[in-house]
Design a protein around this ligand. Structure first.
Ligand code: BGC
Length: 374
């Protein structure tokens, strides 16, 4: 690991991190690893936080949580959203570096396009944390925090199988043999996570496809065929419309969707294509965004995957704080995330399948949403 520039004096002994008691998306949970004891904290050092887009609630929640938690610890935060535009993100990161950022937290748009700007960060010994999405093709990414993305895909596929009745609520096979007609969607090919989701899902579904329990009427079972560039709902809608044309009268029983936004587009295409809202196929998702949880409650979307952005923010903030104090951040995976130049030490969090049966417990009782929001 390269030697990091540690600016600023070591925090004075006895400085206690402000641990807000508020909760919910904007709230601050206790810093990771903290048992309420004194935390070093920052002394006004600037941390640049680059987020991809405000078009999806999850990234707004991520940005809010990271900013709030860093500020509560005494850091100054430069939070920028790039409207899913790669040159914008590159110039935002350049600006962060030139305005004195001492650490960077980056959720990339395209994980392969930051090599040059991160060389500038590397040259200035500014540590870089990849946030949620791995940054590829550079030495200059020090740590990565994310959810276990392969497992997210397994969960999406598992919930599809549960919704179809192939698995029961304990994940045991029911003996149901179908055949069930399903179509498959994948995420953005420039997002490293998308293949992890896809591989987790396909490893879970493939045995059922091999046995003929699941059939894909369009025959489109390759990642390249299923991928939706930049995760755009409108692109997913257009592909679903096209699939309906391709498969004609065949009725669909399920759709593997890797993200709530895509699920919204898919549902629109299905309802315009003649499916009643109370007779939609089993449709999965990811991120537990408000509109999609409402759709689950209304019986339209079947499931989503909840990734608690409060916890992800805590990990990223804990990594920055450790680095700013010359310490090694905690990691729990040193094998899975090879970015082409190195294996990036990672901290993986667990995600949760959400359906109508557990949304209250997982999303409301945990304080992530209020009942009113849903
Ligand atoms: C994130 C997902 C999100 C997707 C679209 C992925 O990188 O891990 O949580 O649904 O991007 O924003």
């Amino acid at each position: 690991m390269k030697k990091h520039r540690i600016l600023g004096a070591v925090a004075a002994a006895g400085v206690i991190a402000l641990v807000a008691t508020g909760c919910g998306r904007g709230g601050t949970a206790e810093p990771a690893g903290s048992d309420g004891a004194a935390e070093p904290g920052g002394q006004g050092q600037i941390v640049g936080v680059a987020m991809p887009t405000q078009q999806s609630e999850r990234w707004i929640a991520d940005g809010d949580n990271v900013k709030q938690q860093l500020e509560d610890m005494g850091y100054t935060v430069d939070l920028q959203y790039a409207n899913d535009d790669i040159p914008t993100q590159v110039s935002q990161i350049e600006n962060m570096i030139s305005s004195g950022a001492e650490a960077l937290i980056i959720a990339s748009i395209d994980g392969t396009t930051l090599t040059d700007v991160l060389q500038q960060a590397g040259d200035a010994d500014i540590p870089v944390i990849a946030y949620d999405r791995l940054i590829n093709g550079t030495e200059n990414v020090d740590y990565y925090t994310t959810f276990d993305n392969y497992q997210v895909g397994v969960q999406q596929a598992t919930s599809l199988l549960t919704g179809l009745g192939v698995l029961d609520e304990n994940g045991e096979e029911t003996g149901e043999t179908g055949p069930f007609n399903v179509e498959l969607f994948a995420g953005s090919p420039d997002d490293n996570n998308a293949t992890f989701f896809w591989n987790g899902a396909m490893d879970t579904l493939q045995p059922y496809m091999d046995e003929g329990v699941l059939e894909v009427p369009s025959g489109q079972t390759e990642f390249e065929q299923a991928a939706i560039l930049r995760w755009l709902p409108a692109t997913a809608q257009a592909r679903m419309e096209n699939l309906l044309t391709v498969i004609g009268d065949t009725q669909l029983d399920g759709v593997l969707s890797p993200y709530d936004g895509l699920s919204i587009g898919i549902i629109s295409a299905l309802t315009s294509g003649g499916y009643a809202t109370d007779a939609l196929p089993v449709i999965t998702g990811q991120d537990a965004e408000v509109g999609s949880v409402q759709s689950i409650i209304a019986g339209e979307q079947y499931s989503t995957i909840f990734k608690d952005t409060r916890l992800l923010a805590e990990q990223a903030v804990a990594m920055v704080d450790a680095l700013m104090h010359g310490e090694e951040p905690e990691v729990n995976d040193t094998e899975s995330y090879d970015n082409g130049n190195k294996i990036v030490p990672s901290y993986l969090l667990e995600s949760t399948i959400v359906t109508i049966d557990n949304y209250e417990e997982v999303l409301v009782e945990s304080g992530y949403y209020t009942e009113d929001e849903l």
